[in-house]
Design a binder for this molecule. Structure first.
Ligand code: MN
Length: 441
């Protein structure tokens, strides 16, 4: 699997330049910190997406300060964990201040312990500051205290404390549209994700536990170079598929079950997000086929609709119409499907949206509608998931008997292109015949 990428110090610098041009203020951005899980064990560390996007620095407890200068230039200061031979015996090599300048394009770097001293110095003449208040009360308080004390001690030049601007809406706008280099990384994440799903179809057998399949899927991800999953894998057999965020994955699968797998590999900071539903024993029953066809028809129709100018509001309506029509065909609902959709009669069996933005975060940044409520149009470079589903619980008396306990979702990752779209995860079977072929090697 490909490991090189064209994202590096130049890319990060360019992103900071663009961002500062819009913020018209120095940017103060904190990376993710390590969080204690239990005992002496930390949650596995993953860098903050915004921080990674703007400087690529991978270590915990770091801070980025980017100060706009004259003629579009800016000065980048990184505050990082300093080299520490004793600590590094335990935690591994650190970049340190030298690594931060040499490998990550910082103009200056300081040990993180010196942050407040250095910040006090360089922020003397800040009139504005781009910083996201409200995430860490302790840090916020220190920052405001510093500005407050400076104001009190100031000669009477009539300057207030810097006005704060939240950088996140500006960063979100940038991350919303993926560049060719980002799309390349997302394609690798998709390809690794595809490998995992295909292996799952090939090796799942009645009598296995869901967690055995989870282990195989994640083993493929890992061995193809993915450092971690983008989110907890959902491996839900039989009626478990009707629990949307089922992650226990501990049921023994039986002949005749469907298995719904919602799993995605992360790569280069970007996550795949794919769902497939297939028969544990290799062949769909007639009842399963009937429900599957409804979801697949809807999914394909919605994928085809993705193009510049289209939007989530219309895509949601399209999915609701298709699935409601299907629910009428299956005998779950009775009446005119258009009227039923307007009354949201589908809600008990299709309770989520058609998809979401995808990128560094699985539910990626980017707005769905503007402040006045107008849906945002798709533009080339945006990536979204298309994931309709039908969930017919085992104990739901409104559902014809043969369909009870069937839960199906089909999800692909779709890039908006100038001429329409490209399905990044097109390689994973979703037609009934293709799936049965792969399940019966
Ligand atoms: Mn999804």
């Amino acid at each position: 699997m490909k490991t090189s990428s064209s994202v590096g110090p130049l890319t990060w610098k360019e992103r900071r330049s663009r961002l500062l041009g819009k913020l018209k203020a120095p940017l103060l951005l904190r990376g993710a910190t390590q969080i204690l899980r239990n005992g002496d064990v930390h949650f596995s560390f993953r860098q903050n997406s915004d921080f990674f996007y703007l400087c690529g620095f991978p270590e915990p407890n770091s801070i980025l300060l980017a100060i706009p200068g004259k003629s579009g230039n800016h000065r980048t200061i990184l505050f990082v964990p300093p080299r520490n031979p004793q600590r590094e015996v335990w935690d591994g090599k650190r970049e340190g201040v030298r690594g931060a300048t040499r490998n990550f394009g910082a103009d200056e770097a300081y040990p993180i312990q010196e942050f407040w001293k250095v910040f006090k110095e360089v922020s003397q003449d800040f009139d504005r500051l781009a910083y996201a208040l409200g995430k860490d009360a302790e840090f916020d308080q220190k920052l405001l205290q510093l500005f407050g004390q400076r104001y009190l001690g100031r000669p009477r030049d009539n300057r207030g404390i810097p006005s704060m601007v939240d950088p996140r809406p500006f960063i979100n706008e940038m991350r919303w549209i993926k560049t060719p280099a980002e799309i390349e990384l997302m394609q690798v994440a998709s390809d690794i994700t595809a490998c995992g799903h295909k292996v799952a179809m090939a090796l799942t057998r009645p009598g296995m536990f869901e967690y055995e399949v989870q282990a195989e899927v994640e083993a493929v991800f890992r061995s193809e170079g993915s450092p971690r999953v983008g989110y907890d894998s959902i491996v839900a057999s039989g009626n478990n598929a009707n629990t949307l965020h089922y992650v226990q994955n501990n049921r023994k699968m039986r002949r005749g079950d469907l298995l719904l797998i919602d799993a995605g590999a992360e790569y280069g900071g970007y996550s795949g997000d794919v769902t497939r539903t297939f028969p544990v024993s290799g062949s769909f029953t007639e009842a399963q086929k009937a429900v599957y066809r409804v979801v697949l028809r809807c999914q394909k129709k919605c994928v085809r609709a993705v193009r510049p100018g289209y939007d989530f509001a219309r895509l949601n309506k399209m999915a609701q119409l298709e699935l409601t029509k299907g629910l009428v065909e299956l005998g779950v609902l009775k009446g005119d499907y258009k009227k039923l959709r307007e009354k949201e009669a589908f809600k008990p069996w299709y309770m989520h949206g058609i998809g979401h933005w995808l990128g560094m975060d699985v539910h990626d940044v980017g707005p769905y509608s503007s402040k006045d409520g107008k849906p945002c149009s798709f533009r080339p470079g945006m990536v979204l998931t298309v994931e309709p589903g039908l969930y017919l619980p085992a104990n739901d008396k409104r559902v014809p008997k043969e369909f009870r306990g069937i839960g199906i979702r089909i999800e692909d990752d779709v890039l908006v292109t100038r001429s329409g779209n490209r399905v990044l995860t097109a390689d994973i079977p979703k037609e009934i015949a293709e799936i049965e072929d792969l399940c019966n090697p």
